[in-house]
Design a protein around this ligand. Structure first.
Ligand code: PEP
Ligand code: MG
Length: 603
């Protein structure tokens, strides 16, 4: 995080009255002015809430219920985990949890400070943890780790009791190390104005979601939680990656205009667009929408989207705080299919990682992106997978639904899924329940799938090209880790050549291929995708207008000529330089001189 002026105090100390300008990485467009709300917590995110006297009794009951839930969980694990002779780590956690003085202190804090249980847990356990960390004896000192685990467990349990009360004040700007997609979904009801985080990349789900709901966001702000506190005034410029803490009168006035323009733009009514989208030389390009929150589809349709190219069903897991039942899923899938109508929806089966399922898994999954995730997870949780397949089969009766399988790396995963689909069809038939015959597609997003694209094409009806994961896995660079964001090179030759291979395999095997990663919503990348031969793009609703404009102003033949040359270049730098040079030479009316800037939003 770089400071832009001299007002920044050394060691992160804050002067309440001076303006501090900070540089960040822009990941969702827009400008907002508001008040900081600091989010804490890992698995379960929370912030300080000041309670009314009348809310305290209820808060104490909520805390006690969470303690009971946490104890039940620990007892269950310690019986399965115990090796009889030794006290397991979970027994040790249980002892801490049963310690009356810890509970008393937390309860006292809730009452005397009039604060929510989460905040009281944080304050009290942090005090204990600091004391343990100061002990000279190494064995005793390490007990702080157990305390951290117990605190996490109580916090998770506090969020585990159905709908919680995460409600933000008006004009809140969320500040956090990182914001989980589930937290953001929960917070959207109270209409936050922007997000500032330390960590996360432009393809992180949280920021994909932020762009979907027009929530300005910036990331890469190391140490931000030490520099601001809840209640501070702050401005977020999600176009240029600027954050201004304690803004001066002049800055506030200047940004007020920009923020108002942004609000006006996001609410602007548009004339429905119905004509086909074609390049200047007449090649038709189909635009679909990536929809995580169904309410966004009507706007996407208005802007010319023809159906939903990607519906991430795992968002239901966040919404229902666990696997939704067959009936719950059926209702959601029918709902989204009705919205999409004749243009259809591609529903991706749960792309979850094991660490999202339980606390215990979270400890085991050292590298979740390479762990028990997506298709692997559902094939090891067949009961839940069968439930989802049954819901999808029923929902596709008289509705246009396709099924997409995430993270395919081997044909056997598709064959196993097909078998499951047949089994579930037979069951439904026997029970005389109507079902449809959804087409089956595979996400092509890991390098192995690129290399066996032909074999996969023989087994599926279409490809969904997941460029977010494709870049992550091809370049071995974590898409959620800001520290390595400069290595996330979307225009790396390996990425471009892989996309070409996939599109060619689809064409030769006569199946459809839709690009549905974030690349498909970026004007610069879109011109390259068209040149590589893409004919279907599925994107964030808020990218549609910009992308339509590019497509209708370029010729496929021109784009192809440029990308054919790009494919021969040896490095990402060479590709990016060539893109800058050629795009500006050919399409200066479409792209500005700062095309592909270092830390500016590219989408
Ligand atoms: C992708 O990987 O590009 C993709 C579309 O899926 P997700 O972002 O959900 O991983
Ligand atoms: Mg993916």
């Amino acid at each position: 995080m770089t400071s832009l002026n001299n007002n920044t105090k050394i060691n992160g100390a804050k002067n309440k009255f001076s303006e501090i300008k900070l540089k960040a990485r822009a990941v969702a467009r827009g400008v907002a002015i508001g008040k900081v709300v600091c989010l804490h917590g890992r698995k379960r995110q929370f912030y300080r809430i000041n309670l009314e006297e009348s809310q305290i009794e209820k808060e104490l009951r909520r805390f006690k219920a969470a303690i009971r839930l946490a104890k039940r969980q620990l007892k269950k694990i310690s019986t399965t985990d115990s090796n009889n002779s030794k006290l397991s780590v979970f027994d040790a956690h249980l002892l801490i949890l049963e310690d009356r003085s810890l509970q008393d202190k937390i309860e006292k804090n809730i009452v005397s400070q009039k604060i929510n249980a989460e905040w009281a847990v944080k304050v009290v356990t942090e005090r204990y943890i600091a004391t343990y960390k100061a002990i000279a004896d190494e064995h005793l000192r390490e007990k702080y780790i157990d305390l951290e685990d117990v605190a996490d467990r109580i916090l998770a349990a506090l969020g585990g009791g159905g709908k919680t009360n995460l409600r933000l004040e008006k004009n809140s700007i969320i500040v956090a190390r990182e914001v989980k997609p589930s937290t953001l979904i929960e917070l959207t009801d109270s209409n936050p104005k922007a997000i500032i985080t330390e960590n996360g990349g432009w393809t992180s789900h949280t920021f994909i979601l932020a762009r979907e709901i027009n929530l300005p966001a910036v990331t890469g702000m190391k140490g931000i939680l030490r520099r601001v506190q809840t209640g501070d005034e702050v401005i977020v410029d999600g176009f240029n990656g600027h954050v201004i803490v304690n803004p001066s009168k002049e800055s506030t006035e200047k940004y007020k205009i920009a923020a108002a323009q942004f609000q006006e733009f996001t609410h602007r009514e548009t004339e429905p667009i119905d004509e086909k989208l074609k390049t200047l030389d007449g090649f038709e390009i189909k635009i679909r929408a990536n929809i995580d929150l169904p309410r966004g589809y009507m706007r996407a349709k208005q802007l010319g989207a023809k159906g939903i190219g990607l519906y991430r069903s795992e968002f239901l897991f966040n919404q229902f705080k666990g696997f939704p039942t067959e009936q719950e899923q059926l209702k959601e899938y029918r709902n989204i299919a009705k919205l999409a109508g004749e243009d259809g929806v591609r529903i991706r089966t749960f792309d979850l990682s094991a660490e999202q399922l339980t606390e215990e898994n979270a400890r085991k999954e050292i590298n979740p992106a390479l762990g028990l995730r997506a298709i692997r997870l559902v094939l090891t949780h067949k009961k839940e997978f069968s439930t989802q397949i049954r819901a999808l089969l029923q929902a596709s009766f008289e509705n246009k639904i396709d099924i997409v399988l995430p993270m395919i790396s081997d044909v056997s995963e598709i064959l196993e899924t097909k078998k499951l689909i047949e089994t579930e069809k037979a069951r439904l038939r026997k029970r005389k329940i109507n079902f449809g015959n959804p087409r089956l597609g595979a996400m092509i997003e890991v390098p192995a799938a690129v290399l066996i694209a032909d074999e996969i094409a023989h087994e599926v009806d279409f490809f969904c090209l997941g460029t977010n994961d494709l870049v992550q896995y091809l370049l071995a660079v974590d898409r959620d880790n800001e520290t390595v964001a400069d290595w996330f090179r979307t225009l790396h030759p390996a990425v471009l050549r892989s996309i070409k291979t996939i599109l060619r395999a689809a064409e030769q095997n006569n199946i459809q291929a839709v690009i549905c990663g974030e690349m498909a919503g970026s004007p610069v990348y879109v011109a390259i995708l068209i040149g590589l031969g893409a004919t279907e793009l599925s994107m964030n609703v808020n990218s549609i207008s910009r992308v339509r404009r590019i497509i209708s102003h370029i010729a496929y033949e021109e784009a192809k000529e440029i990308t054919d040359a790009l494919l021969k270049l040896p490095t990402a730098d060479a590709v990016e330089n060539s893109v800058r040079e050629k795009f500006l030479a050919k399409w200066s009316h479409l792209f500005s001189a700062d095309i592909l800037p270092q830390r500016k939003l590219q989408i």
